[in-house]
Design a protein around this ligand. Sequence first.
Ligand code: GDP
Ligand code: IMO
Ligand code: MG
Length: 421
Amino acid sequence: MDVPATVIVGAQWGDEGKGKIVDLLAQDSDLVCRYQGGPNAGHTIVVGDETYKIRQIPSGVIAGKTSVIGAGCVVDPQVFLAEVDELESRGISTADVHVSGEAHLIMPWHVAIDQASERRLGKLQIGTTRRGIGPCYADKAMRLGIRVQDLLDPKILRQKIEVALAEKNVWLERVYGVEPLELEELASRLEECAQRIRPYVADTSLLVDGALRGGREVVLEGGQGTLLDLDHGTYPFVTSSATVAANAATGIGIGPNRIDRVVGVAKAYVTRVGAGPFPTEIQGPAQERVRELGAEYGTVTGRERRCGWLDLVALRYAVRLNGITSLALTKLDVLSAFAELPVCVRYRLRDGSEAEDFPAHQSDFHSAEPVYETVPGWEEPLDGELPEAARGYVEFVERALGVDVALVGTGAERERIVARS
Ligand code: GDP
Ligand code: IMO
Ligand code: MG
């Protein structure tokens, strides 16, 4: 039997609670695979008294499932190994973690260039996670990258580092005015990492294909979110990979016809880390209130997340781009504090017209004003069945988008979830 795969995709600007939803679905799955991104991701997973923060390894590792880092990902060897050590020290095995040999390596110069280029941009900076993501994907497209499979041969690795570093040091010194990296020190540090990573390297396309053919349940986990997609997001305030569901097939190395379910994860409000336009960003003290109640601080960087009211125009766009078949609406509990809840149903554009569809032109999006409808709050904690007004909020979203909300998050812990269909 050939069982199709499920994609879990962030439907906003990241941090929607994908980690928690993946952890939940992983309970009934066999494999969990990341298809793009790298340690710019940060997922918090709460199981009982334990809180796990993971960046590089798929969230399914916490549930003890086979975990795959696909070809479309970028891997920082030191972050990967630090995560392996952290998980192992807490009794979570990484023996069933597999890394594609085709994935690209984030090298120390990528991190240095990401940091230096953000500093140089000053006020115009993107607000990246400074983990070397953009420079690494740029080198991949330039065909200058070093890949995970290059770790398998010490001689090849050393040679590639030497060639790359000769050029990167010129950039670091002359363009960015920062210290160059030292070849010997760097090569020996990476060889040490290589020795530990070798057992994890695998032909992950073949592995996932075999699992699908064997009738096993496969979850394909996206990092970041739809509006951070390199092509379709709010460019240039985006990440450097394709976050949308269709890229799950490419990023793993399976055919698109293997995917038949796309679960979009959206917060019941919206957050954004880093710079860029954000029409429903809350003005005034309510923003701070949402941030405190939702503990909206970055998992990776600790930065304050900007908070806004739910934006159905942007969410409708995410449904279209990903082919979302059902939604998980997380953090509804955070809204329990409010008597009334504004929901953005349309944008008012520069020319005075109103649109339900996301503007195709960047300048229209920059100047878009949200048009709100206000729905009643419930003002009581969410435990057990949802109160009527909370159900009303969820149904409002379903009606506006024409998509079922299958799961509602009512707290950070694994069991704080209401299944609706
Ligand atoms: P991800 O990057 O999409 O996996 O999301 P993050 O882990 O970066 O951010 C989501 C945060 O919200 C984490 O701290 C989660 O523990 C927490 N969280 C997830 N679902 C819920 C929920 O339904 N209610 C509350 N209060 N917190 C949640
Ligand atoms: P998860 O998987 C939220 C944002 C950064 C910045 C932009 C580019 O936890 O949802 P990058 O380092 O990728 O070059 O930064 O993208 N960003 C995220 N925001 N959640 C993430 O991941 C993010 N990964 C990147 O803040 O605005
Ligand atoms: Mg996150």
